[in-house]
Design a binder for this molecule. Structure first.
Ligand SMILES: CCCCCCCCCCCCC/C=C/C(=O)SCCNC(=O)CCNC(=O)[C@H](O)C(C)(C)COP(=O)(O)OP(=O)(O)OC[C@H]1O[C@@H](n2cnc3c(N)ncnc32)[C@H](O)[C@@H]1OP(=O)(O)O
Length: 259
């Protein structure tokens, strides 16, 4: 199998690089399978506290691999393909360690859908982010019609999906889809700096914080607050909670072990 997703571990961050620059990091079945395998590999690695996902070459990703899609001869192949992408992106979204997408050039279609499955997004000025599937006669099929309206004002998400027109990173940042803007060439460095802040957190609290925000958005407020209360009560009994207070008294960063 070709390596289409490279992984480097540095400073408690796993940097995943989409590595098909000749095809603008188009995302195919191989990419989905390698993303799933990489997540399985780093899940129980305590030396990895956060993920950064970036793209080699001049783009983050131009989307699902149109070459692979054009090779399909039966609708079932298409459904399997979309299933592979949606499964991989769901694993990333539910992953117990936070992820940051470092976006530059283009994040189109499945490429933007991958970035939407990350917890946070950094984009270089001038980057274009869009869901152009409407121009191909179809719709986003890897979560875009559902995740984008949860991250952008629904009217803006609707316009992007129905026109297939992208927005630039500056507007995406102003609207809250992009957490931090980077200067040209600076997306990865900015994303790693943001990820470094995440690695300072307590692993159990990071995982619980992701779940509370993600699941709570779909819950009744009263039930979600009860969920938050129970989660915090469990965290109170962890060694990391004791370490956090001890570190505060000793005026030093917490050394959290995930227990
Ligand atoms: C025919 C199939 C119909 C169905 C369509 C897809 C249905 C999908 C259903 C659901 C699947 C899961 C959900 C995701 C869906 C998608 O992501 S669909 C794809 C969405 N993306 C796009 O439509 C973007 C396509 N690319 C472009 O518009 C342009 O490449 C660009 C990004 C604007 C950059 O243009 P430019 O700088 O001029 O570079 P190019 O010369 O066009 O491209 C450079 C090389 O990269 C190859 N490439 C680009 N995009 C893809 C891609 N998505 N898949 C595969 N390869 C891609 C391009 O072919 C060039 O390669 P060479 O020709 O070998 O140089």
């Amino acid at each position: 199998m070709n390596t289409v997703l490279r992984t480097e571990l540095r400073d408690r961050i796993a940097v995943l690089t989409l590595d098909r620059p000749g095809q603008l990091n188009a995302i195919g079945s191989e990419t989905a399978e390698q993303l799933k395998q990489t997540l399985a590999d780093v899940r129980d690695n305590d030396d990895v506290r956060a993920l950064v996902i970036t793209g080699a070459g001049r783009a983050f990703s131009a989307g699902a691999d149109l070459g692979e899609i054009e090779s399909f001869t039966a609708p079932g192949q298409f459904r399997t393909f979309v299933g592979r992408l949606t499964e991989a992106f769901a694993l990333l979204e539910d992953f117990p360690k936070p992820s940051v997408a470092a976006v530059h050039g283009f994040a189109f279609g499945g490429g933007l859908e991958l970035a939407l499955a990350c917890d946070l997004r950094v984009a270089e000025r001038g980057t274009r982010l869009g869901l152009p599937e409407m121009k191909l006669g179809v719709l986003p099929g890897a979560g875009g019609t559902q995740r984008l309206p949860r991250l952008l004002p629904p009217a803006i998400a609707r316009q992007m999906i129905l026109t297939g027109e992208p927005i630039d990173a500056e507007r995406a940042h102003a609207l809250g889809l992009v957490n931090e803007l980077a200067e040209p060439g600076g997306a990865l460095k900015t994303a790693e700096a943001l990820a470094a802040k995440l690695t300072a957190g307590a692993p159990l609290a990071l995982a619980a914080g992701k779940r509370l925000v993600d699941y709570g958005l779909g819950m009744d407020l009263e039930a979600a607050i009860a969920y938050e209360r129970e989660t915090v009560a469990v965290l109170f009994s962890t060694e990391d909670r004791a370490e956090g207070l001890k570190a505060f008294r000793e005026r030093r960063p917490g050394d959290f072990r995930g227990v």
